[in-house]
Structures are given as structure tokens and as C-alpha cells.
Design a protein around this ligand. Structure first.
Ligand SMILES: NC(=O)c1ccc[n+]([C@@H]2O[C@H](COP(=O)([O-])OP(=O)(O)OC[C@H]3O[C@@H](n4cnc5c(N)ncnc54)[C@H](O)[C@@H]3O)[C@@H](O)[C@H]2O)c1
Length: 271
């Protein structure tokens, strides 16, 4: 049975691997024996991450790359195939909100800056689509591979203040379904595309809106917890098992799903 969940020996590309969520997934992949290609736009994050991964005894390489630059992604794909001969897994983790794209409490949608709307939708939507096209092409040629995208609770129902992020994550959910269909129908049943939809985890990008400087909960985070049946935030490591499962043989008939990992947030009406 354990064999079915194994990702040992697989070549996994993880974008945004210098960040909180990508780092956690990269570490758990290394601990499970996968070979990791860590991609991030910030060199300083990446160098620290690769050291951490190789210190764990794993095979990892770090490549500075921008998920919005298709040419450089193609070079990365060529490099990986030259080195390891294949690409089995792509985790599209790079993304997140852009500070200017969050409306302040006293703003309305008409105060939204279009430049920030464009930044946040580009990063979260095309930052998933472009790597999926480049690395997914390799998987299509191999007739096997697994892509995992990151959607959000913001794609299930409206969350105040974050219009651009929500629109982009909704696009990620839809693209997940669309590409899943396309790959299965045209490239066979071994190329799968799924997404996770994390609930609320305290990360660098959302700490300020959820936790006050004195460590107490903000009004916003009290609302989040009131709608979370488990009554707590997630621990970032609680995403790792689901991602591994989606990338393993155990999920061989699962494609096009958006799996909430949210302590029940998306299934609870709040009443
Ligand atoms: N933290 C949460 O609670 C939460 C909840 C739902 C979804 N998410 C999603 O999970 C993903 C990761 O979130 P996180 O909390 O780890 O954020 P993070 O900011 O810690 O990590 C994101 C990483 O992506 C990198 N990055 C940004 N732009 C890039 C680009 N153009 N090319 C390559 N790399 C780039 C950053 O340098 C950073 O290291 C995001 O898609 C985010 O929207 C997070």
C-alpha cells in the first residue's frame, strides 16, 4: 500500500520554492526521496532553500527563474531534461497577493489601482498557466506526469478586499479543470492536473491582516475562525500529505479536482 503513495525517485519542479508553502512541500518531497528542482525569482530565498534541501541528504537544484518569463522557463525545462531525462511533477506554488491589490477598510472597488490588479492577476493566473504549458509539454511527450496548482478559498465564495487575487485564483481552479480534461483526452490517462485550495495558514503575505503586532487576532481573523469548524488556522505542513497523494499512483484516477485543505471553511455556511 505504501508503494502507491510513493514519490521516491520522481523529478519534481516546484515554483516559488523559496517561499513558505513551496519550501514546506520541497522539504517533504526530499524526505520522501523525490529529486527537486526549486525555482524562485528571489536568489537569496533560493540559495537558503537549496542548502536546507541538500543538508537533508536529498538531490536538489535551485534555479532563479520568473514564472512569467516563458523563454527562461523553457531553458529550465531543457536543463532538467538534459540532467535527469524527465519531469514527473510540477507544483505551481509561486503566487500570492500583492500589497497594493488589497483594498483598505475604507476603500471601495472604485479605488482599486489597475496596475496592481494587473500584477496580481498576472502572477497568480499566468504564473500558473505558463509553467504548466512549458513543463506540461514534457509530461505530454512522456505520456505521464502530475501537475498540482494552488487555488484558494477566495475561489469558492467572495472574500472582502481581495478582488484581483480572488479573480486570479478562480481562474486557476478553472484552468486546472480545463487542462486536466485536455491532457487526459489528448495525451492519455497518466497526465493529471489537480489543485489544492488552502484555507487560512499564517504566511508572510497575510500575517499583517490576520495577526496584530501584539500577537492578538485581528477582527478579520476572528471572522475566519468563526467560519472554520475546526476553529484554528492550518499548519503549513498540513498541505504536504495532500500534495504528495495527488502526485502519487494512489491518485491515478483523480484529475481536475480542486481539493480544499481548510479545516472545513468551504463546507460550512457559518450558521
Ligand atoms: N499562506 C496562505 O495562507 C495561502 C493560502 C492560500 C493560498 N496560498 C497560495 O500559496 C502560494 C504560496 O504562498 P506562500 O504563503 O508560500 O507565499 P510566499 O510569499 O512565502 O512564497 C511565494 C514565493 O513565490 C516567489 N515568487 C513570486 N513571484 C515569482 C515569480 N514571478 N517567479 C518565480 N517565483 C516567484 C516568491 O519569491 C516567494 O518565494 C501562493 O500561490 C498563495 O497564493 C497561500
Amino acid at each position: 500500500m505504501n508503494e502507491m503513495f510513493s514519490i521516491a525517485g520522481k523529478v519534481a519542479v516546484i515554483t516559488g520554492a523559496g517561499g513558505v508553502l513551496g519550501g514546506s512541500i520541497a522539504k517533504s518531497f526530499i524526505q520522501q526521496g523525490a529529486r527537486v528542482v526549486a525555482i524562485d525569482i528571489r536568489r537569496e530565498n533560493l540559495d537558503a532553500r537549496v542548502k536546507e534541501l541538500t543538508d537533508l541528504g536529498g538531490e536538489a537544484i535551485g534555479i532563479v527563474g520568473n514564472v512569467l518569463d516563458r523563454e527562461s522557463l523553457q531553458q529550465v525545462a531543457d536543463e532538467i531534461v538534459a540532467r535527469w531525462g524527465r519531469i514527473d511533477i510540477l507544483c505551481n506554488i509561486a503566487g500570492g497577493n500583492v500589497p497594493g491589490a488589497t483594498l483598505a477598510e475604507d476603500q471601495t472597488i472604485f479605488d482599486m489601482k489597475i496596475a496592481d490588479w494587473e500584477k496580481v492577476t498576472q502572477l497568480n493566473m499566468n504564473g500558473t498557466v505558463y509553467p504548466s504549458l512549458v513543463f506540461g509539454r514534457v509530461m505530454a511527450d512522456q505520456r505521464s506526469g502530475s501537475i498540482v496548482n494552488v487555488s484558494s478559498m477566495a475561489a469558492f465564495s467572495a472574500i472582502t478586499r481581495v478582488a484581483g487575487y480572488s479573480a486570479a485564483k478562480t481562474a486557476v481552479s478553472n484552468f486546472t479543470q480545463w487542462m486536466a480534461m485536455e491532457m487526459a483526452m489528448k495525451f492519455g490517462d497518466k497526465v493529471r492536473v489537480n489543485a489544492i485550495a488552502p484555507g487560512f495558514f499564517i504566511g508572510d503575505q497575510n500575517r499583517a491582516v490576520l495577526i496584530n503586532p501584539d500577537g492578538s487576532l485581528t477582527e478579520r481573523s476572528k471572522k475566519v475562525l468563526a467560519k472554520t469548524p475546526m476553529g484554528r488556522f492550518g499548519d503549513i505542513t498540513e498541505l504536504n500529505g495532500a500534495v504528495q497523494f495527488l502526485c502519487s499512483e494512489a491518485a491515478s484516477f483523480i484529475t481536475g479536482v480542486v481539493l480544499p485543505i481548510d479545516g472545513g471553511f468551504s463546507s460550512f455556511s457559518g450558521v
